[in-house]
Structures are given as structure tokens and as C-alpha cells.
Ligand binder design. Structure first.
Ligand code: SF4
Length: 459
């Protein structure tokens, strides 16, 4: 199938079967599908106690509440309009941070602190200030630490914008998805342009100027023109970074997605055209494509990290965060430590019980083996730079490059289909196959089996 469409990108000849392949997002390796209950609080405490005090670390704080549910949402969140309960959640986040500080008494300095959700700005301004103030008391911060918050443009109030600025927040991420009123109605996220403009003004007025926008393609009734218009509008409003995700329709896993009429969803070919239209729109604006789904103004830190070869991936996607330790706080949060990955209890009641009983609420995870470390280095390099030297990375890990012999055989059909090129032990994703890097990475993944429903579609 040749797809040319209305893009300025050259046509692609990649078979659409690859777009329909279920592949991990590789925000970690091994992926969350490999987490199990073998990693518990005791293991986590040992890992925390062994942290190198000189090594930077990062925090991710999860706030699992929203004022209304967007039907496409794949996040761990629920609707809550009980402010007293939200305040209790904030107090327990502080208690969790205090337990972590006792378990890792010499950890730090903090390089990144990211608030995600859900809607982190659902916290009352004074509760947000108390939480961030306590984290700053407990852990030393690097002078240039990035403090980032995800924002729902429909609900940001002036008092919260001021609280963000006072707390030192220096980057925000706005959920935009699509600006078309009909598409918005079909996914239960009616977000008039006025709300977005008002939020951008609020942020600018308090001095927060580094703004990421998240877009989604593949929504019901969405078209290439909608994607283009949404991006053009946000570029005009002065964002400096963007992520463009494909909607993952998994109603058997996220029940509320049953509210979306599956007959109105674009097919695989249209989805690919929408992803390509986004790439073309950012290219026209002079932005750089980062990995397979991010874009940045050339002056932005992420574009600089991509050029310098220091771009990384973590559970938020591509990141400039170079710390090897990410500590999760809040229900369902995932942490990454040099020894492996951990995940907090996702059930809100059980998470609260664990905190009240003085337990770190870790319920699953995975220790990283030597083979995992080697393949993680390979896959993360491929995801960030779209090419990788298997031999160089194998030797750095004390292994022979022949360990990838089976993977190279598995990649042969992808070479024939135009997804990648192989020279010796060098694997490079072709320019037309940027959106298919996860298909290439999956062949280097010792854990991956193509099982529908377990992972999202490639495009
Ligand atoms: S505001 Fe964000 S986290 Fe909340 S339901 Fe909508 S998409 Fe999900």
C-alpha cells in the first residue's frame, strides 16, 4: 500500500500490518508486563538504602483524580469532586515522601520532579505548596532542577498558577489532544480554545514559559486536517515542545472507552496519515522530530539533548532527565532504580492503608538482570536515536555481539519491508519508518511475544 495523502512527507511503502502489531512503548525495559509480586517493600527498602548519595535522582508524583473522565483516557485516574478526600490524598503523599527520606537518608540531589496524573492541579494550591515544600525539606535539590506539572487547561485557576510559580515550577504540560469541537464532544473532553488561551495567559503572567502540549491522533471522526489545525493553533500560542500519541482503543482493559463509538475511529492507514501530518506540521515550523512521537523547538532542552545524544526515556516518554533513579510517589506510581523497577499499589484504598500503616506501598516490580541491562541499553539507544551499534553496546556490557544473532535474523523481514537497514551489527531505522521504531525494538527484546491486547498498536 502506498500512502501519499496531503503530507509534505514523501510517500511510505511500509506494509500496514506493522502498524497493527502490538508492541511495547519501551518506557522501561523489561516492560511493566514483566513486573511481578516478587519485588516487595523489603526488596525496595534494600534498593533505596544502597542508592549512591552522589548520584542525582528524580521524583514522579501521581495524582489519580480528575474533575471529569475523558473517554479516551488510558491513565490511572478516577473522577472525584470531594475536595476533602483530595486533601487527604495530598497529606498521604507527604507521608510517603517522609518514609522515602527515612529509607534513603542520603539520597539526592533531585534533578527532576514531575507531577502527573490524573490532574495534579486538582490539589488545592495550599496543599500543592505544602507537598512540594516538604519534598524540598526532605531532599536536596540541584540548582537547575526541572519541576514539571501536567495541566488540564479547562480547570487551571489563577491561585493555582501562582502556587505553581511560587513552588518553582518551570515546565508544564498541557493536555490538548484535538481542538475540534466535534471530536472533543465524541470523547467527552469539551475544551474550548478560550480555555487554552486563558491558561497560556495565566502561565505567562506568572512567568512559566516552558510549555509542552500533548496531542492525540486516531480519535473518533478525527482527520488529518484536525491534527494540522490543532498543532497550528498551539504553535501560534507559543509552546516549545510537543508529544503526539496514537489513541489506544482497549475497552476490555479501560471500560470507560466503551463510550467511544468504535465505528467512528479512523483505520490504520488514516492513523498513519495523521501521525505523518503531525510530523510535517512541526517540520514546516522548523521544529525537530524527537524519537518517534515527540517534537521540540530547536532551542528547547529536549532538542539539545537529542542532538547531544543524551536523550533518555522514562515512564513519561522521552525526557532530558539523565538520573538513573526515579522514585515514584502516589498510587500506581512506577519507580526505576539501578537495581530494577518497582510499582506502587494502584488501588487507592489499599495504597492509603499501606501509607497509614507506615509501609512503602510497593506491590510489584522486576529486578534487572545483566541481559536486561544490555538489551535495555540497546533498545533505549534505538528509541532515542533511531539507530544503534549492537557490537559497541554488547562489548561495553562485557558480552559478545553474537548474542544478537537471533535478533538480526528476526529483523530480516523488516529490512525487506523497508523498516530498517543493517550493516554488520549496526541497525538503523529508515527515515520513512520513524513511527515503526517500536516494531524494530521488539525484535531485540528477549521478553516480547506478539500477543494482541497486551500492548498498544505500533501506530
Ligand atoms: S484530564 Fe487527563 S487524566 Fe483526566 S481523564 Fe482526561 S485525559 Fe485522563
Amino acid at each position: 500500500l502506498i500512502l501519499a495523502g496531503m503530507n509534505t512527507l514523501p510517500p511510505t511503502s511500509i506494509p500496514l500490518a506493522y502498524a497493527l502489531e502490538p508492541v511495547p512503548r519501551y518506557t522501561s525495559y523489561p516492560t511493566a508486563a514483566q513486573f511481578d509480586a516478587g519485588i516487595d517493600e523489603g526488596v525496595y527498602r534494600d534498593w533505596l538504602a544502597a542508592l549512591d548519595p552522589a548520584a542525582p535522582l528524580s521524583f514522579y508524583v501521581h495524582v489519580p483524580y480528575c474533575r471529569a473522565l475523558c473517554w479516551y483516557c488510558g491513565c490511572h485516574t478516577s473522577v472525584l469532586n470531594d475536595d476533602a478526600r483530595i486533601a487527604r490524598y495530598a497529606r498521604r503523599l507527604i507521608r510517603e515522601a517522609e518514609m522515602l527520606a527515612r529509607a534513603a537518608p542520603s539520597a539526592g540531589p533531585v534533578a527532576h520532579l514531575h507531577f502527573g496524573g490524573g490532574t495534579p492541579t486538582i490539589l488545592a494550591p495550599e496543599d500543592f505548596a505544602a507537598l512540594i515544600g516538604r519534598i524540598r525539606d526532605l531532599f536536596p535539590f540541584a540548582p537547575d532542577a526541572e519541576i514539571a506539572v501536567e495541566i488540564d487547561p479547562r480547570t487551571l485557576e489563577p491561585a493555582m498558577a501562582e502556587a505553581l510559580a511560587r513552588a518553582g515550577v518551570n515546565r508544564v504540560s498541557l493536555g490538548i489532544q484535538d481542538m475540534d469541537p466535534q471530536v472533543q464532544k465524541l470523547v467527552n473532553r469539551v475544551q474550548p480554545l478560550d480555555d487554552v488561551v486563558r491558561t497560556m495567559d495565566l502561565l505567562r503572567n506568572v512567568g512559566i514559559t516552558r510549555v509542552n502540549a500533548d496531542f492525540i491522533y486516531g480519535l473518533p471522526m478525527q482527520s488529518v486536517a484536525h491534527v494540522r489545525n490543532s498543532i497550528a493553533t498551539m504553535l501560534d500560542l507559543g509552546i516549545d515542545r510537543a508529544a503526539v500519541f496514537g489513541y489506544a482503543h482497549v475497552p476490555w482493559f479501560k471500560k470507560h472507552q466503551n463510550a467511544i463509538d468504535a465505528d467512528l475511529l479512523p483505520g490504520a492507514g488514516e492513523r498513519l496519515e495523521q501521525a505523518r501530518a503531525a510530523q510535517a506540521a512541526f517540520a514546516r515550523a522548523g521544529w525537530e522530530a524527537i524519537g518517534f512521537d515527540h517534537y521540540a523547538h530547536p532551542d528547547d532542552a529536549m532538542a539539545r539533548a537529542a542532538r547531544a545524544g543524551t536523550l533518555r526515556r522514562n515512564f513519561q516518554g522521552y525526557t532530558t532527565d539523565e538520573a538513573d533513579t526515579l522514585i515514584g510517589i502516589g498510587a500506581s506510581s512506577i519507580g526505576a532504580l539501578p537495581q530494577g523497577y518497582v510499582q506502587n499499589e494502584p488501588h487507592l484504598g489499599k495504597w492509603a492503608q499501606a501509607i497509614d500503616a507506615g509501609h512503602l506501598p510497593v506491590v510489584r516490580g522486576v529486578a534487572v538482570s545483566a541481559d536486561d541491562r544490555l538489551r535495555r541499553a540497546v533498545i533505549m539507544q534505538l528509541m532515542a536515536a533511531l539507530e544503534v551499534d549492537l557490537e559497541a553496546i554488547a562489548r561495553r556490557h562485557g558480552a559478545e555481539p553474537g548474542i544478537f544473532a537471533d535478533a538480526l535474523v528476526a529483523l530480516e523481514p523488516l529490512v525487506e519491508d523497508g523498516l530498517c537497514r543493517i550493516e554488520g551489527y549496526r541497525v538503523a531505522v529508515t527515515p520513512q519508518a520513524r513511527f515503526f521504531v517500536r516494531n524494530v525494538a521488539a525484535r531485540l527484546d528477549a521478553w516480547w511475544r506478539p500477543s494482541p491486547g497486551r500492548h498498544s498498536l505500533a501506530v
